[in-house]
Design a protein around this ligand. Structure first.
Ligand SMILES: [Zn+2]
Length: 435
């Protein structure tokens, strides 16, 4: 299935902005599938059908969670947030809870239920946010009766609530005992998941499919694939001299570096799928009558396919070599890659199709999936060999800013999609593994 580019815009799709979920009450009915001429009707268990009626409860709990500061650097806040999550998820009867340590940061929260069942599904999210304890943006406010503005409401405390609500509904379905699941909530996604990466790898080994609850795009779309992320520190050394010396044997490190940065910024013109951004630059000194002998800059690198990496590195090194060929200049590159790209695999296409089908059944506006430049822990799960679907959280907008907001009715709608998916896998209607 071809992925479209992510072009969703602020405030998203009007279809979602005015969306009110179907509230069918505790007794449920039978919904017709989109192509009901050939397929039997899909039955929605009452616990899943009843989720929209719980929207006020979800809104209140989300506000409570978002009012707890859990910036990636706030260890005490992360501990408080994990404790709140443990109380909420601890209500899932029978699940074994532990708090595996993450080197360098707060512990994660992990729950497992029925780990011996033949099919295992991972639900993954993070409870850190980009808002630290000294950020001015600390509390929630309702913009109207459906939109909540607050730190982390979309990225991704709303997603954690979708996981919880979906599992509560799924566990009340008749075939739930036939599959097992793991919930892994990590404390450091926003800063690169350095402490939790080993846990993500372990989870990838123990499960057959992963569900990642980063927010949906503002128009409701899911994530088809994500770019991989990296960076380069470029440091140029030249030769200091008096600016007025004639003839001048100084070598201006700022200009040498600038030539590199200009050329590096043009790499995406013909290496498609690659992004290069010069993020900062410093060099020279206070005196302008000195030819500066030092300048350095940091660049953000993004790649679409794992195979882009070698090509991008070769291009950067070729440009650096041309600068180094100039007498008196030494340009050094430190290139690192953190998250590898998340590329789409066939099982993900199958699960996405099931997601779209479920959307029709529960009556939510249609959506597709898109390629995005931002990375998530889905990248690490893919790298470790676990196919996963990402962007399964509720619909929000303006992430990483004080305008961050969430369409609260989409919590129940998105939870219905997850719960229905789990139900179909458990009932044997949808196979994730060759039997
Ligand atoms: Zn996130």
């Amino acid at each position: 299935m071809r992925a479209l580019q992510d072009t969703s815009t602020a405030e998203g799709n009007p279809a979602w902005a005015s969306f009110a979920p179907l509230c069918t009450g505790p007794i449920f009915a039978v919904a017709r599938r989109p192509n009901s001429g050939t397929l039997p009707a899909m039955t929605i268990p009452p616990s899943i059908a009843g989720l929209p009626a719980r929207t006020p409860e979800f809104g209140a709990l989300l506000a409570e969670w978002a009012n707890l500061n859990s910036g990636s650097g706030n260890r005490a806040g992360l501990d408080r947030m994990r404790a709140a999550l443990q109380v909420a998820f601890g209500g899932l009867a029978g699940a074994v809870i532990d708090e595996p340590p993450c080197p360098g940061t707060a512990a994660a929260l992990r729950l497992r239920l029925r780990p011996d069942a033949p099919t295992q599904i991972l639900l993954n999210g993070h409870f850190d946010t980009v808002y630290e304890a000294d950020d001015a943006f600390q509390t929630c406010r309702w913009l109207d009766d459906r939109r909540l503005n607050g730190p982390g409401v979309a990225d991704m405390k709303g997603g954690l609530l979708v996981m919880l609500a979906a599992l509560q509904a799924f566990e009340a379905t008749p075939d739930a005992a036939r599959i097992g699941w793991e919930v892994l909530l990590t404390p450091d996604e926003e800063t690169g998941s350095h402490g939790s990466r080993a846990l993500l790898r372990e989870a990838a080994r123990n499960n057959h499919f992963g569900l990642v609850y980063e927010p949906a795009r503002p128009n409701g779309d899911l994530v088809h694939s994500r770019k991989g992320t990296g960076g380069v520190v470029a440091t140029c050394r030249g030769r200091a001299a008096h600016a007025a010396k004639i003839p001048n044997d100084g070598r201006n490190a700022i200009l040498g570096l600038a030539d590199f940065l200009q050329a590096a910024s043009r790499i995406p013109d013909d290496l498609r799928g690659v992004l290069v951004n010069v993020g900062n630059i410093r060099g020279g000194g206070p005196a302008t009558n000195v030819v500066p002998d030092f300048a350095t800059a940091e660049l953000d690198l993004r790649i679409t396919q794992a195979s882009d990496r070698a090509a991008l590195v070769a291009r950067l090194e070729k440009i650096a070599a041309a600068i180094n060929a100039r007498e008196g200049f030494a340009l050094e590159l430190k290139i690192t890659f953190n998250r590898p790209p998340k590329e789409c695999v066939p099982l993900e296409e199958k699960v996405f199709a099931a997601w779209q089908e479920a959307a029709v059944v529960v009556g939510v506006p249609p959506f597709t999936w898109v390629h995005t430049g931002g990375a998530s822990d889905g990248n690490f799960l893919s790298e470790a060999g676990l196919p996963n679907l990402d962007g399964l959280g509720p619909i929000g907008d303006h992430l990483h800013s004080s305008r961050e907001m969430l369409f609260v009715p989409t919590i129940a709608a998105r939870a219905q999609l997850t719960a229905l998916f789990l139900h179909r896998v458990a009932s044997g209607e949808l196979a994730l593994r060759p039997v």
